[in-house]
Design a protein around this ligand. Structure first.
Ligand SMILES: [Mn+2]
Length: 335
C-alpha cells in the first residue's frame, strides 16, 4: 500500500508514477497502465483544484488495484453536478471525473459537508466478459518516423469491424488511410478491407489516383468513405484528400481541420477530389477518426502534448465512442 500526500503538481506526477509502477508489478496488461495513470492524474488534480490538499492511496486488492482519494476540502453538496461537470481543466488531462468513471471498473464517490470528499475507484486485472468492447485491431503499428496510437472497435456486440486503416512509411513519408465501410458487420467489413488492400498496393500513387482507383474497384452495392493523409517530413508538409465523412485534424502550432469532398467510394465521387497541403511543424499531432467517435470529441480541449498518441486514442474511444457504430481513431506524432 502506498499513501501519497497531494499538494502540488509534483505530487500528482509522483502518484501517477507510483500507480504505473504498481500496475506493472501486479501484471496488468500494458494497455491498462495509461488508464490508471490518467485516472490518478485526474483524481489528484481534482484534489488540488477543489481542496488544495489531500491524500491518494494505492492498494493492491484481490484482483486489481484500488485507488482512494481523500481531500480536506469542505465537501460538495451536489455529487451528481460534479460528475456532470464538463468544463475542462488546464491542469488535469481533461477527462474529468466522468472520464475516470469510464476508465475504471468501479467508481464510488462520497461527500460529507465539512469533512471532505472521498472517491474510491478500482481497476480489475481481468475484466468480466461483456464489459469491454472487443478490440479486433489491437495491433498498433511501430513506425520508424512517427509514433502511432490506434483504437478500432466494432459496433457493440458484432464480430466484424467495418472500419479499416492503413499505416505505411516510405521515403521519409508516413501515409495514413482511414476507411469506414457503409453500414456495419460483415457487409461493411469486406469493402473496407478491399479498400485498405487497394491503398496498400498503390501507396505510391497520388491521392486522386488512389481515390478514383478505389472507387472503380469497389463499384457495387456497398461503398466506403476514406480519408488519406501523407506527412512528408522532408518537405515538412501534410497532404490530405478524402471522400465522405472522415475527420482529419492536426493539433499543434497551427491547428488544421481538413474538409473532404462529399461522396461515397463505390457509388459516386467527384472527378477530381481536391488535395490540400498544410505545413508541418515538429510536435504536431495528427488525428484521424471515423464518425463512430462523437463530434463532441474535441482534442483541442485535451493537453495533447502531455499525452502519448495511444492515450489520446483510448480517451477518444472510451469517452466519445458510439456503441451504435464501428469506431476507429489513428493518432500520430513524430518520434
Ligand atoms: Mn461509421
Amino acid at each position: 500500500m502506498v499513501i501519497i500526500p497531494v499538494r502540488t503538481e509534483t505530487d500528482v506526477f509522483k502518484a501517477r508514477r507510483a500507480g504505473r509502477e504498481m500496475a506493472r508489478e501486479m501484471g496488468f496488461h500494458s494497455r491498462d497502465y495509461s488508464s490508471i495513470e490518467i485516472a490518478i492524474s485526474e483524481l489528484a488534480t481534482n484534489i488540488i483544484r477543489h481542496a488544495s490538499e489531500g491524500t491518494i492511496r494505492l492498494e493492491t486488492i484481490e484482483d486489481g488495484l484500488e485507488i482512494i482519494i481523500q481531500d480536506k476540502g469542505s465537501g460538495i453538496e451536489d455529487v451528481d453536478a460534479v460528475l456532470r461537470e464538463t468544463k475542462k481543466s488546464n491542469k488535469g488531462l481533461g477527462v474529468g471525473l466522468r472520464g475516470v468513471q469510464r476508465l475504471m471498473d468501479q467508481f464510488e464517490i462520497h461527500s460529507e459537508k465539512g469533512v471532505g470528499l472521498t472517491i474510491t475507484v478500482r481497476k480489475w486485472k481481468q475484466k468480466p466478459p461483456g464489459l469491454i468492447r472487443p478490440k479486433l485491431n489491437p495491433h498498433v503499428p511501430r513506425g520508424g518516423l512517427l509514433k502511432y496510437g490506434v483504437v478500432s472497435t466494432p459496433y457493440y456486440g458484432l464480430e466484424f469491424n467495418g472500419d479499416a486503416y492503413v499505416v505505411m512509411e516510405f521515403d521519409n513519408t508516413a501515409l495514413i488511410a482511414l476507411i469506414d465501410g457503409l453500414g456495419h458487420g460483415e457487409a461493411a467489413y469486406l469493402p473496407a478491407q478491399k479498400a485498405a488492400e487497394y491503398v496498400r498496393k498503390n501507396h505510391k500513387s497520388d491521392f486522386n489516383a488512389i481515390l478514383r482507383g478505389c472507387h472503380k474497384e469497389l463499384r457495387g452495392p456497398r461503398g466506403v468513405v476514406m480519408g488519406l493523409v501523407a506527412l512528408d517530413l522532408k518537405k515538412s508538409k501534410f497532404v490530405c484528400a478524402g471522400i465522405g465523412n472522415i475527420m482529419i485534424r492536426v493539433i499543434g502550432r497551427q491547428p488544421f481541420r481538413f474538409i473532404s469532398n462529399a461522396g461515397i467510394l463505390g457509388h459516386n465521387i467527384c472527378i477530381t477530389p481536391h488535395v490540400t497541403e498544410f505545413p508541418y511543424s515538429r510536435g504536431d499531432t495528427l488525428i484521424l477518426n471515423t464518425d463512430g467517435i462523437s463530434k463532441r470529441f474535441e482534442p483541442e480541449q485535451l493537453d495533447i502534448a502531455e499525452l502519448a498518441p495511444q492515450e489520446i486514442a483510448e480517451i477518444a474511444v472510451r469517452e466519445y465512442g458510439k456503441d451504435s457504430d464501428d469506431a476507429t481513431i489513428v493518432v500520430a506524432r513524430e518520434l
